[in-house]
Design a protein around this ligand. Structure first.
Ligand SMILES: [Zn+2]
Length: 318
């Protein structure tokens, strides 16, 4: 962060145009990557993801009490098996983003994801706060996470979601250096896009996320605070159903981020079950892992100009 002569954060209203423009252009959304039709002639792509954080959230913060760790353990012991069962019943694939420490605590779970035809992808080492790390530490932890998941499952992950969707000044460079095919941490669009670095195309596909399509903001709470943000699962279902219905109309992507320790509870899994019933009740739906979706998006980038603008969306800058 730029600072003034006293080491305080620089006052943004004093920035030159070059400075504020430089911040905005550092990491930016480029071309929107939506084909005429998704694979198999589908009109909508559905990309479900689960962030299997489990115990790493309290561990990351140095909270080692059995009580806090048990809340994460629930995700592995109770949530994940229920989710795998539900996905199996609907015969749909998903992507599981798993911090390496979580995968090392639960190696059988990590292997079960790939064995059942799902994708396992990188989600940091211990759900670290990359905004607090220097470049070397962030790179080393990301590389170690990549190697750990590969040695556990025999497959090298191709995708990454940063812990808590944070992006430091070094994150994009590290992703490119380590050869990731896609990222799923940014929010500049509803549809996949190419990430630009200082205006230059990087070839890295972004599969955007949003807090709207995440279970955690609706269901988690800070027990020492006064706010109790618990939502009724079927109210949340209605939001996600509206998101899917609009994506279906637009011919775009419906992407969802859930957490086994959050959505895996009996009363909340109802929302996912009814959402899957709703989606599978439609014709021409392509369920894809994030890696498969990134491949289809990249085909737009590399292929002839078959991309079309999504209805109600502004034209793309190149
Ligand atoms: Zn996470």
């Amino acid at each position: 962060m730029p600072t003034d002569d006293f080491g305080l954060p620089a006052e943004s209203w004093r920035w030159t145009e070059q400075t504020w423009r430089g911040h905005v252009e550092a990491v930016r959304a480029g071309r929107r990557l939506v084909p005429d039709r998704w694979p198999g002639g589908a009109r909508v792509a559905v990309a479900l993801s689960f962030d299997s954080d489990h115990e790493t959230i309290p561990l990351r913060d140095g909270e080692t009490s059995p009580g806090r760790l048990a809340q994460g353990e629930y995700g592995a012991r109770t949530g994940a098996p229920r989710i795998l069962d539900l996905l199996g019943r609907h015969s749909v694939p998903a992507t599981f983003f798993m911090p390496a420490v979580s995968a090392l605590i639960h190696p059988e779970e990590a292997r079960a994801y790939t064995r059942d035809g799902h994708e396992l992808a990188v989600h940091g080492w211990i759900h670290e706060r990359n905004m607090l790390l220097g470049r070397d530490d962030e790179r080393e932890l990301t590389a170690r996470a990549l190697d750990s998941l590969e040695s556990l499952t025999g497959r090298r992950p191709v995708g990454i979601r940063t812990p808590s969707w944070d992006f430091s000044d070094s994150t994009l460079d590290i992703m490119l250096e380590l050869g990731f095919a896609y990222d799923s941490s940014l929010m500049a669009d509803d549809e996949p896009y190419e990430i630009l670095a200082e205006g230059r195309p990087t070839g890295l596909v972004e599969i955007p996320v949003d807090w709207i399509r995440d279970d955690a903001p609706y269901f988690t709470m800070d027990r020492y605070g006064s706010v109790r943000p618990h939502s009724r699962p079927r109210d949340v279902l209605e939001i996600w159903r509206d998101e899917f219905d609009a994506a279906y109309r637009d011919g775009g992507v419906f992407q969802l981020t859930l957490h086994p320790h959050v959505i895996g509870h009996r009363s909340r899994l109802v929302a996912l079950r009814e959402l899957l019933d709703h989606i599978t009740g439609h014709a021409d739906v392509w369920f894809a892992t994030h890696a498969q979706l990134a491949d289809a998006a990249r085909a737009v980038l590399n292929g002839p100009t078959t991309a079309r603008p999504v209805p109600d969306a502004p034209e793309q800058t190149p």
